[in-house]
Design a protein around this ligand. Structure first.
Ligand code: FRU
Length: 463
């Protein structure tokens, strides 16, 4: 595989070839991070779902491997392999452990029309080779909702010493069905949580509140990153706050690494939307993952809110850093006068706009602007046909203590924006073939004070 095509994303995961969607089975196995993903081996459009596979030492540099899970046929039923999660069977609940190497277990939806079910595959060699448990027959039988029950999230619940599965079940209202197990193959119904907002790919994580490990809360979120915050007692989720929405734009179906070595909740989502890059840019793939972000919980006006923030490991990609502080830009000034060209960028800026001004960040092919009059932040975007446009990433984005804090990650096909330490974020594909390479940061219709700016130019994460 060659990742050097001029428009290939350089610090976001893409498959060498063909279609990807949801991240699946994200897990740390004691040595490496595993990222599985919905992959069509045959085309740059959705179909023939398998679990593709990649590994990384640091969540930034990825190596793609042969497919982990392929479609199969059992008892006369043919199906494909839909989304799910993976765990490390640290106490050998499944009883398949070889030597000292704990078994990796992947729970997925067997998409066999018309009645999907949940099944299990396991690996005794750290994720290299996989066996379908009981030849891929169900561990959780169809619950009566046909194809509308999928994407099992499985995790270990320490207080009750049980494995838990959270299964999205399509119903009006939507629901999350919880099961528990001690051996990973027999699952007992625990509770139903009825929620209108819940749609596909549930994830449930425990996070400290304001960094205090003695005070934890549980966050339950779906594919659109709607979430509620509360407690989970091993069987039932008890809500305390929400629903809220954490992220927006071309961001979908995220999950977090199970078994993270330091307990961090690091999330990767699928960036869906945009045009098929094969059709519009002659690239051999379709779809990329969002940049990995740490999730944390912070109290705002007595309410817990989720923040997402790019992982610190991005530092390994930094080539050069340019910093400014306390510069007031008047119309006509260009803060980046000395910069000729920008490619891969991680930019953090704290800026205080005058009431009528507009800050324009022209970062090569991607242009981002904040309009102080309307209090909107615009990102470059692209529609399904490849036409360039602009999108309002954040409305009602008001300065706090006079300024706005914004972080931007710019790759060849995408921009991700984070405001106020990741309290809100937005991911957007843009069309890199439109516009010029000009670089500038300017203030129009009034002045803007740049309290601080850090511009990191990055190099590729591919070898
Ligand atoms: C979400 C989703 C999942 C499903 C998978 C199929 O994007 O629809 O619910 O398991 O994609 O590819």
């Amino acid at each position: 595989i060659n990742y050097s095509e001029p428009l290939r994303p350089q610090f976001h995961f893409t498959s060498g070839r063909n279609w990807i969607n949801d991240p699946n089975g994200m897990v740390f196995n004691g040595q490496q991070y595993h990222l599985f993903f919905q992959h069509n081996p045959a085309s740059t459009e959705w179909g023939n779902m398998t679990w593709g596979h990649a590994t990384s030492p640091d969540m930034i540099h990825w190596t793609q491997h042969p497919h982990a899970l392929l479609p199969y046929r059992i008892d006369g039923q043919a199906g494909t392999v839909f989304s799910g999660t993976a765990i490390i069977d640290h106490n050998n609940s499944l009883g398949k452990q070889q030597g000292d190497t704990p078994t990796m277990c992947a729970f997925f939806t067997f998409a066999c029309e018309p009645r999907f079910y949940q099944a299990l595959a396991y690996s005794t060699d750290l994720g290299h080779t996989w066996t379908y448990w009981n030849e891929g027959r169900p561990v959780v039988e169809n619950q009566g909702f046909d194809a509308g029950e999928r994407d099992p999230k499985v995790f270990w619940h320490e207080p009750s010493q049980k494995w838990v599965m959270a299964l999205w079940v399509q119903q009006n209202p939507g629901r999350v069905r919880f099961f528990t197990s001690t051996n990973l193959t027999e699952w007992t119904f625990a509770s139903d949580l009825m929620r209108d907002w819940a749609f596909e790919c549930m994830d449930l994580i425990t996070l400290p509140v304001d960094g205090d490990p003695a005070k934890t809360k549980v966050v339950l979120y779906d594919a659109s990153f709607d979430y509620e915050v509360g407690q989970f007692d091993g069987k039932t989720f008890h809500t305390e706050a929400g629903p809220f929405v954490a992220g927006g734009g071309d961001f979908y179906a995220a999950q977090t690494f199970n078994n993270h070595p330091t307990g961090r909740a690091v999330q990767i989502g699928w960036m869906r939307g945009g045009p098929n890059p094969e059709r519009v840019y002659q690239l051999p793939f379709n779809g990329q993952m969002s940049f990995p972000c740490d999730l944390t919980l912070h109290t705002h006006n007595n309410q817990p809110r989720l923040h997402a923030w790019p992982v610190a490991e991005i530092a390994s990609l930094v080539d050069t850093t340019l910093e400014f502080s306390d510069v007031t830009l008047s119309p006509g000034d260009n803060l980046l006068e000395q910069v000729e060209k920008l490619d891969l960028v991680d930019l953090e800026i704290d800026f205080a706009p005058e009431a009528s001004s507009e800050l324009v960040l022209d970062l090569g092919r991607a242009t981002v602007r904040y309009d102080a009059t309307s209090q909107k932040l615009y990102l470059p975007a692209v529609d399904g046909e490849g036409h360039a446009r602009e999108v309002v990433a954040f409305e009602n984005l008001k300065p706090r203590d006079g300024s706005i804090r914004l972080r931007l990650l710019v790759d060849r096909l995408s921009v991700e924006a984070f405001v106020f330490d990741g309290e809100r974020f937005y991911a957007s594909y843009y069309n890199p073939t439109v516009g010029d390479d000009a670089v500038s940061i300017t203030s129009q219709h009034g002045t803007t004070t740049i309290r601080s700016l850090k511009l990191n130019q990055l190099h590729s994460a591919w070898p």
